[in-house]
Structure formats: structure tokens, C-alpha cells
Design a protein around this ligand. Structure first.
Ligand SMILES: Nc1ncnc2c1ncn2[C@@H]1O[C@H](COP(=O)(O)OP(=O)(O)OP(=O)(O)O)[C@@H](O)[C@H]1O
Ligand SMILES: [Mg+2]
Length: 351
């Protein structure tokens, strides 16, 4: 065959509170939502980004596929994040992608704090160096083999094939880019706020300029409410989800305190980028992840950063049949599905 059809993959984002599944049909620019699913995970299933209770994850995966009646589908794209991944922009002598493929292992050695034998190495050639054309910029991505192997075996146990391992921050970028027309001069800060992790990616013109994962997220609200009101974690989580501006002052105070903590942390990370922003300072912030739905967090981030803020809708540019998917449901889960949508847009053979 001359033009092998690129294989569709199911995007599966294993978060610390739930597993999200997205399957898209079609190609770039004309995607259609085919399947969407989400299943909660018990709280100890994933700790510090490590699959602790693999059977809970396997059960969750099986349940998703059974509920959606897609047991015939197997090919999956998923992602890793946190301290199991190192992302570096490095400068190398200009060379072809083929040559770099051969040399990358050796080059990478100098830039990553782990033994190169313990990591999977991937790269993307970004652009030639403007000042010195004999050099080029390369994005180096190293993910720890043991974590990737854990993922492989969990998916295998659930009868699935993990064919592509991405990184949360890049899946996030993909989801944004497939859903919005980007202004070439804007510098966007994408901030995905999960339960235990915030993934940040500063991009301009489709290029990632700065990434960072911070171990902090929506779980902080639950902890704060639990302490303040002396209630169980479960009750605290419920109170958080139902909080509104007319909730009790104690509840609101706990939430606002965490809003302050999270938006300060976002500002600190983005200031770090801005302090050395050769490509220009950040002009817009885009939030996603379940944590971004927290009461007044949006306003808190906008005030603290003094920048326009928006919430990403990962279904913005995706055809969603209203007969198959209730609009209210999609609106409700949209921010939570962002990484999974980005993963579902990947095709086998993509770099
Ligand atoms: N309506 C809401 N209001 C406030 N918080 C919410 C709301 N909906 C979800 N959350 C919070 O969002 C978090 C879950 O978001 P998400 O699914 O993006 O995280 P995750 O992927 O499971 O976690 P992580 O990526 O950090 O491992 C939880 O802390 C949850 O309480
Ligand atoms: Mg997540």
C-alpha cells in the first residue's frame, strides 16, 4: 500500500481522580466526537503520578470500554507527566532529523539528570538559531521507562494496546490548537488544573516555549475545607462541588484561600517565563482541568495576573451530535476532558 491510512487512537487520560476517554472520528479541522467517557478512581489508585493500585485502574478501563460498548477497539494514546518526564529546549549543531535520531541518545546524556538507559527519548526539531544558523533548537523529551512500562502493562492487562505515549502539557497544547485559531503574536499560557497537578505550557505560533508541572491542584480545596469544617474528605469534596457565592462564610473563606494559593503559584511560574521572555511576555491565560471550575478561581487568576483569562472548551471545534451527546453534559465535563481530547487527536505515525 502506498498511502497507509493513519490509525485512529483512543485518547485515555489517567488522572488521579478519574480516567477520561475520548474517541474522535475524521481528520484535523473536521473532527467529530465518537465516544466520550469518564470513570472515577479510588483516591489511593494513583499517588504522585505513580500507578499504585493497578487493579483499580484496570477495572476502570474495563468499565469504560464496557459501558461504551467499544470492546472491539484497542489502540490507545495516553500521557505521562510530572517528575517522570523531563522537557528541555536545547541547542545543537544543525542536522537532519535522521542524523539526530542516531545521535540523540548521546546528546541527551548531557541534559537529563537520569541515566539515559532509564528513559525513552523523543525530540522535535524546532527551528534554526537566528543568530547562528549552524545551530538549531531542539525540544528534548525524556520519559522514565519504568513509568511508561507501568502504563504499558496496565493497558495490556485491560486488553488494550498503548501505541502512543504523549506528555500532558503537549496533549493540552494539541487540544487548544485544534479548537482555537491562534493569533501569531499572542503568547498563550495554558494552565491545566487537575486534582494533584497543574500542567503549564507557554506557547506562541504553535511552539512550546516553557513547560512546567506543579504538584498542586483542586485537591487542596478539599483538604482546606476538611480542616476548616472538621469533616471527612468525602463530605469536603461534596461541599466544594456544590459551593456557590451564597454558601457559608467558612466554606467560601476556605475556597478563596486556596484560590489565592493556586493563582499565586500560577503567577510565580509564569513570572519565571516572563523574566526571560525572548519571544515576548504572556498575553493571555487559558485554563482547563477540573480544578479550574472552582468557585471564583477564574476571577482570582485574572486579578493576580492582570491578564485576560479564558476557559478552554476542548469541544469548541469538534462536531458533537446533539442526539448522541447531551450538550449540558459536555459543557459540564469539557474542562476535565481537555488532555484526553488532545490525546485523541494523535494518529499513529505522528511525531
Ligand atoms: N464543579 C467543580 N468545582 C470545583 N472543583 C471541581 C469541579 N469539578 C471537578 N472539580 C475538581 O477537579 C479535580 C479533578 O479534575 P481533573 O479530572 O482534571 O483532575 P485529574 O486529572 O483527575 O487529576 P491530576 O491530573 O491532577 O492527577 C478534582 O479535584 C475535583 O474536585
Ligand atoms: Mg489530569
Amino acid at each position: 500500500m502506498f498511502f497507509a491510512k493513519k490509525k485512529d487512537l483512543i485518547g485515555i487520560d489517567i488522572g488521579s481522580t478519574s480516567i477520561k476517554l475520548i474517541k474522535l472520528k475524521g481528520a484535523k479541522g473536521s473532527y467529530e466526537l465518537e465516544y466520550v467517557g469518564i470513570v472515577p478512581l479510588p483516591s489511593e489508585a494513583i499517588v504522585d503520578n505513580t500507578l499504585m493500585d493497578t487493579s483499580a485502574v484496570v477495572d476502570g478501563l474495563r468499565k469504560l470500554f464496557n459501558d461504551l460498548q467499544i470492546a472491539n477497539l484497542r489502540d490507545v494514546a495516553s500521557s505521562v507527566s510530572g517528575n517522570s518526564v523531563i522537557i528541555r529546549k536545547i541547542t545543537l549543531a544543525a542536522m537532519s532529523a535522521e542524523d539526530l535520531e542516531e545521535e540523540i541518545q548521546w546528546e541527551a546524556e548531557q541534559y537529563i539528570p537520569f541515566d539515559v538507559n532509564d528513559v525513552n527519548i523523543d525530540f522535535q526539531i524546532l527551528e534554526p538559531d537566528d543568530i547562528d544558523p549552524s545551530k538549531m533548537f531542539v525540544l528534548l523529551v525524556a520519559s522514565k521507562k519504568d513509568i511508561v512500562n507501568d502504563y504499558q502493562s496496565v493497558f495490556a492487562e485491560a486488553g488494550l494496546k498503548l501505541l502512543l505515549v504523549d506528555v500532558d502539557v503537549f496533549a493540552l497544547q494539541n487540544a487548544f490548537e485544534m479548537n482555537y485559531d491562534m493569533e501569531p503574536d499572542e503568547v498563550y499560557a495554558l494552565v491545566n488544573i487537575g486534582a494533584n497537578m497543574m500542567n503549564l505550557n507557554v506557547i506562541k505560533g504553535g511552539i512550546s516555549l516553557f513547560t512546567r508541572d506543579v504538584q498542586m491542584g483542586g485537591g487542596l480545596y478539599t483538604e482546606e475545607i476538611q480542616k476548616k469544617l472538621s469533616i471527612s474528605g468525602e463530605d469536603a469534596e461534596k461541599m466544594k462541588l456544590s459551593a456557590s457565592r451564597s454558601s457559608s462564610p467558612d466554606l467560601i473563606e476556605s475556597i478563596y484561600r486556596v484560590n489565592e494559593t493556586l493563582s499565586l503559584e500560577i503567577r510565580r511560574s509564569l513570572d519565571f517565563y516572563n523574566s526571560n521572555a525572548i519571544e515576548g511576555r504572556i498575553t493571555k491565560v487559558l485554563l482547563s482541568g477540573g480544578g479550574c471550575k472552582s468557585l471564583n478561581l477564574f476571577e482570582s487568576v485574572a486579578t493576580k495576573l492582570a491578564l485576560p483569562v479564558e476557559v478552554i472548551n476542548p469541544f469548541n471545534n469538534i462536531k458533537c451530535d446533539e442526539k448522541k451527546f447531551e450538550k449540558e453534559f459536555l459543557d459540564e465535563i469539557a474542562p476535565i476532558m481537555t488532555v484526553a481530547v488532545g490525546l485523541a487527536s494523535r494518529r499513529l505515525g505522528d511525531k
